[in-house]
Design a protein around this ligand. Structure first.
Ligand code: C2E
Ligand code: MG
Ligand code: MG
Ligand code: MG
Length: 284
């Protein structure tokens, strides 16, 4: 089981459709392991802080899924979400993520009123006819104020889902926020920005990376990031920059009136316990 899983990790990706039997066997082994993980409560959320660069204040957290595997340790989402997506297991896993993240946000709101919680949705979840029910359930069961929940979707999800427009409006009717994750890396038909009820754009870290980097490409990345922020603000949207790793990037984003920053410089994804420690420091 373990050896097979590690072999898959080395190979990268899950070749579900190759004729090789062992590949398929490995995928099936991982699939049943994911089932068990859900039953046994082996999934955990880590939380990455988001800050307002102007005030330096903590504004929210992004919930990031990990699998606490009994033998392998903490498994990153890239290693199991693709298969969970293909098999549909992402739907019950995603419902758990929503519920857990909302409950955590309620607990932390006592220390930090209004703290926002960002949750990633998968393409499969976004296409479920009962997505709004799942979100409503998570909000009701936890008691979280809807405006504190931000759902992250990617451009390709918005382009591919047949009922994207209707789904987004039903989610907005609940009062939750909608953010476009990895902005600029997907299908870039900007028309959706005027049609869909979107609250925020998250600039992908591949753009942030070049900013103030001293690389020959820096000027282009800086121009792109500036243009995206101007576009977002002109449309009344907030902007979060992902992947902020250096002080130079933070300084640039601050000067360009970026609304929120998120990255290894200001805080790595961390356990709920560690995040609670950060919160306690913040409000002191
Ligand atoms: P994402 O939503 O774009 O999340 C940001 C990713 O960038 C996270 O990786 C985070 O750890 C990483 N990151 C944050 N700051 C920095 C930085 O300064 N430098 C670099 N190099 N990386 C940084 P992670 O946690 O491995 O998650 C990867 C992806 O997995 C996420 O990308 C998201 O698309 C997906 N994911 C995570 N949790 C969930 C979930 O609960 N549900 C679904 N459907 N997808 C999830
Ligand atoms: Mg995200
Ligand atoms: Mg994402
Ligand atoms: Mg992202």
């Amino acid at each position: 089981d373990t050896a097979m899983y590690q072999a898959k990790r080395r190979g990268g990706g899950y070749a579900l459709y190759t004729p090789e039997g062992d590949e398929r066997l490995a995928a099936m082994t991982l699939e049943s392991a994911l089932h068990r993980a859900l039953e046994r409560g082996e999934f955990v959320l880590h939380y990455q802080p988001q800050f307002d660069p102007r005030s330096g204040r903590l504004t929210g957290a992004e919930a990031l899924l990990r699998w606490q595997h009994p033998e392998l340790g903490l498994v990153p989402p890239a290693d199991f979400i693709p298969l969970a997506e293909v098999t549909g297991l992402i739907v019950p896993i995603g419902a758990w993520v929503l519920r857990q993240a909302c409950e955590q946000a309620v607990a932390w709101s006592r220390l930090a009123p209004g703290l926002r919680m960002a949750v990633n949705l998968s393409a499969r979840q976004f296409q479920q006819p009962d997505l709004t029910e799942a979100v409503t359930w998570a909000l009701r069961a936890s008691g979280l104020a809807p405006q504190q929940l931000e759902l992250e979707l990617t451009e390709s999800m918005l382009m591919q889902a047949l009922e994207a427009h209707e789904t987004l409006h039903r989610l907005k009717d609940l009062g939750v926020r909608i953010a476009v994750d990895d902005f600029g890396t997907g299908y870039s038909n900007l028309a959706y920005l005027k049609q869909y009820p979107i609250d925020a754009l998250k600039i992908d870290r591949s753009f942030t990376a070049g900013v103030a980097s001293g690389l020959p490409s820096a000027a282009r990345d800086e121009a792109l990031v500036t243009a995206v922020m101007d576009l977002a603000h002109a449309l009344g949207l907030e902007v979060t920059a992902e992947g902020v790793e250096h002080a130079g990037q933070l300084d640039f984003l601050h000067r360009r009136a970026c609304d929120q920053v998120q990255g290894y410089l200001t805080g790595r994804p961390q356990s709920a316990e560690q995040f609670a420690g950060l919160l306690a420091q913040e409000v002191r």
